[in-house]
Design a protein around this ligand. Structure first.
Ligand code: ATP
Ligand code: MG
Length: 295
């Protein structure tokens, strides 16, 4: 069976020449239909870059991304993304319903179908009564629910989530994690979720992909051996959960330091030229100060 998502030998380098920065390299993995795969990795290692390449928002420098076996070269219609920063991803001038329906409108979905889908999606996230409100009238957690509803209303084959619960408080985070698990089971969704929270990756995932420091490559692909039904208290206390979170933490912390470019010492001629420039600048400043006091 063709996997839902295939990432093959992916590399992405920002810029070119001496300032070029390779954010991800040698990335190869697959996500099966109906799977929830979590990606964890150190800050700045290239997680968002990877999601941007998968979403077709940036073109990989090398390698391919395929959805249902078709190579992605622009954002596919049956893919939705939930970004980390809900405050910047919702339109303040549109109501909750308007925000949820926005991507459907650009996909040419009829008005009646839009109404039906937005009502359903808002019900899934527990916001049925808030459809006429504006984002700024909602709490942070509610705004993030709207972002999730907007993604679900598109009925995506693949849902990409970039640290979707990072900006909410701990209690709301647990609620949103359970919301995602519930919705995902009810709709057999395929989800790729990026997080830097080790516990969250194990709690939510069927699999945890651990990335290296920048440039990101995969250091481990761990199956999560936990029952499908999860619970914030008992699952997190279970032996398997504790063992797995320990393993992910060790993989993240035991990585060798990133190799930096060796620092090149200036030649004696360069050093004396730099000293000369510094002295000239000092003299110039002194001259200006004395001109100002005498003039
Ligand atoms: N548009 C860009 N131009 C140049 N470099 C970039 C650009 N976007 C990201 N980078 C660099 O690429 C690297 C990876 O960035 P990216 O945002 O993918 O990391 P991340 O793992 O998502 O980080 P975080 O954990 O902070 O969300 C970083 O060093 C970053 O500075
Ligand atoms: Mg990021």
């Amino acid at each position: 069976m063709t996997p839902m998502l295939e990432v093959a030998d992916l590399r992405h380098t920002y810029g070119s020449g001496p300032t070029a920065h390779t954010a991800v390299q040698n990335l190869t993995f697959e996500v099966a239909t109906g799977e929830l795969a979590c990606i964890v990795g150190p800050s700045g290692c290239g997680k968002s870059t990877l999601l941007r390449c998968i979403a077709g928002l940036i073109k990989p420098s090398e390698g391919t991304v395929s959805l249902h076996g078709d190579k992605i070269d622009r954002t596919p219609e049956d893919l939705a993304v939930v970004f980390q920063d809900y405050s910047r991803s919702l339109f303040p001038w549109l109501s909750v319903r308007g925000n949820v329906e926005f991507p459907l409108r650009s996909r040419g979905v009829s008005r009646a179908e839009r109404r039906k889908r937005s009502a359903e999606a808002l019900e899934w996230v527990g916001l049925s009564g808030a459809d006429g409100k504006y984002p700024w009238q909602l709490s942070g957690g509610m705004q993030q629910r709207v972002s999730i509803a907007r993604a679900l209303a598109c009925q995506p084959s693949l849902l990409l989530m970039d640290e979707p619960f990072a900006s909410v408080d701990a209690q709301t985070r647990f609620e949103l994690e359970d919301l995602l698990l519930r919705v995902r089971h009810e709709h057999s969704s395929t989800v790729l979720l990026v997080t830097h929270d080790i516990d969250e990756s194990v709690y939510l995932g069927d699999r945890v992909l651990v990335l290296s420091k920048s440039p990101a490559s995969i250091v481990a692909d761990l199956p999560v051996d936990l029952p499908a039904q999860r619970d914030q208290i008992t699952t997190r206390e279970s032996k398997n959960f504790v063992a797995l979170r320990g393993e992910v933490a060790r993989l993240l912390h035991n990585q060798p330091a990133v190799a930096h470019e060796p620092i090149t010492r200036p030649t004696p001629a360069q050093e004396s030229a730099a000293a000369q420039r510094f002295l000239e600048a000092e003299r110039e400043q002194a001259r200006r100060r004395s001109d100002a006091s005498t003039g």
